[in-house]
Every structure is written in C-alpha cells, then in structure tokens.
Design a protein around this ligand. Structure first.
Ligand SMILES: C[S@@+](CC[C@H](N)C(=O)[O-])C[C@H]1O[C@@H](n2cnc3c(N)ncnc32)[C@H](O)[C@@H]1O
Length: 282
C-alpha cells in the first residue's frame, strides 16, 4: 500500500541489451496496492539505502516527488526470475537466440503479459501481425481455450517453419491459422471476408512504418471491448530523443501522437520490453 503510481523512465544498459532474451531494458514502476515493504518503497531516500543508486532516476518536483525507478540488470534478472515461462517457450527462445534477428522476439515478461491479456479478455479469436519464429504467438496460442484461434501473419517463410515446428510440439497447431504473405493484404482480405468485428485480441509487431495502417485495419476486425497491443512504441528510447529523426523513429513517434488523439480507443502505454501500448476499442 505504500507504493505510489510512479512516473517511469527508460534506461539502457549495454550488458543487459546484449542479452538474447533482453534486447532492451524494461522499466517497472511500483504499483498501488502491491505488497511491497515500506522499508524498500516508502521513499527514495530509504530505497537508495537498500538498492543500487542507479535504480532511482528521479524523485524531484518534475515527477511530483513520485519514486521513479528504472530497471537495472539485477532488477531485471529478478523480474525474469518471476516470469512463468513454459518449457516449450524457453526452448523456442533459446533456438531463436542462435538465429539472425533474434533481438526482434518479445521478452518473456512481454509474452506473459500478452497471455494474461488474452486470459483476462476470455479471448477466442486473435490476430498477430509479425510472427517471426513464433514466440509471442505461441504464448497467445497456449493461453487460448480449446476452439480458440490465432491468425498468424508473417511474410518470411523460413521464420514460419520454425514457428510451425513449435506450434506442433506444443500441441497448439490446431489453434494457429498461419497466413504467409504481407500482413496488410491478409488483414484486408479478412475484412472483405466479412470478419469485421469478430476478433477479441490483436498484437502488432511487424513493419514499423505500417503501424497506422495495421492499426486502422485491425480496428475494423476487432470487436468493441476488444484489445489491440502495439509493440516497440518506445523504440529503444529514440521516440523521446529530439536528435533522432530517422524514418522509423518518426513513424512510431507519429503513430504514438495519433493514438493519443484517437478517441476510438482507450490506451495505456506500458514500459515493458521496448514499450507496448494496450488499446481497448470503444
Ligand atoms: C519483430 S518481429 C516479430 C517478433 C514476434 N512477435 C516474436 O515475439 O517472436 C517482426 C516480424 O514481422 C515480419 N514482417 C515485417 N513486415 C511484414 C509485413 N509487411 N507482413 C508480414 N510480416 C512482416 C518480419 O518478417 C518479422 O518476422
């Protein structure tokens, strides 16, 4: 009860950033109602005395004197040690770590959040845009009830081979409808196929410059009350750096700005992994 909602900051550590399961450092905040000891979270002064000083990044007026912390390697290890990653997902993550592009995979804590959202929603019909070797879609498929389904959109056939092998091994291939091709084309054909408003949950993790297009298409496919989660919304922290203006960063920055003003959805930007925004269709 002593922790407050905290303003959060992103902090990148080269050691952690080089880890296969942690392409980017997550950030956590103390949560109201969380059962944490007063001695640790009561105030920054105490916190500094028991934790690494680099965990506290701000406590000043700018942040309403909230306890603002970032995740350092020790804390992130602790967080990961508290993730319930199924064995089959650990194996997929470890195999993927040997492949090109493995840093694209969501982290175990992100995958667990996706699975949790699917369960909270009682989702039956899901979509993923950007499958790669299947780590996040496997998390969703494992969380789906019997009869549930995820449409998995991916343009790279080689990545899909790995994903399909793991769907088989996990016994969920009956729940995964793989769509090989450009995701926007797949989503458009689903809309033409009268599937609008029939999906509960979608996860977007593909071409960054296409985020607005994916979002607009998915908003047609998801029902009112359904959820769309967008990955990489903090884009390695670059979105907040005015000196960074490459095209991908500008795209994500613009997308975030549009989303802020989009009254078709309620939103929550969560500093987990590389940043995820959870959108609920109104
Ligand atoms: C960040 S990775 C996805 C990671 C995956 N969600 C996971 O956790 O393992 C992005 C994937 O999107 C795919 N992709 C990029 N543009 C695409 C497009 N236009 N249509 C379909 N797939 C696309 C890439 O081939 C890549 O495998």
């Amino acid at each position: 009860m002593y922790a407050s909602w905290g303003v959060v900051h992103r902090w990148v550590d080269p050691v952690v950033a080089s880890r296969p399961y942690c392409p980017f450092v997550a950030v956590i905040q103390p949560v109201r109602g969380l059962n944490v000891s007063r001695s640790v979270y009561h105030n920054a002064k105490v916190l500094k005395s028991v934790a690494n000083t680099d965990t506290v990044v701000a406590t000043d007026d700018n942040y309403g004197h909230k306890e603002v912390i970032s995740v350092n390697p020790r804390l992130y290890d602790y967080l990961l040690a508290n993730v319930r990653e199924p064995e089959i997902m650990r194996e997929l993550r470890e195999e993927t770590a040997t492949l090109r592009g493995s840093q694209m995979q969501v982290s175990p804590d992100q995958a667990q959040l996706l699975a949790m959202l699917v369960q909270i929603l009682g989702a039956q019909r899901c979509i993923e845009v950007g499958v790669y070797t299947g780590y996040s879609s496997l998390a969703v498929a494992l969380a789906l009830p019997e009869g549930g389904q995820i449409v998995a959109c991916e343009r790279d056939a080689k990545s899909l081979e790995v994903a399909q092998r793991y769907y088989e091994r996990a016994g969920v291939s009956n729940k995964v409808n793989v769509k090989h091709g450009l995701a926007a084309d797949t989503l458009k054909s689903m809309i033409q196929n009268d599937e609008g408003g029939s999906y509960d949950f979608a996860f977007v993790d593909a071409e960054k410059k296409m985020y607005q297009d994916y979002f607009d298409l998915l908003l047609q496919l998801v029902r009112v009350g359904g959820v769309i989660v967008i990955d990489n919304v903090l884009w390695h922290g670059k979105v907040a750096d005015p000196l960074v203006n490459d095209s991908k960063t500008r795209s994500i920055r613009n997308f975030n700005k549009e989303l802020m003003d989009d009254d078709r959805v309620s939103i929550s930007m969560v500093p987990i992994g590389d940043g995820m925004t959870i959108c609920r269709k109104r």
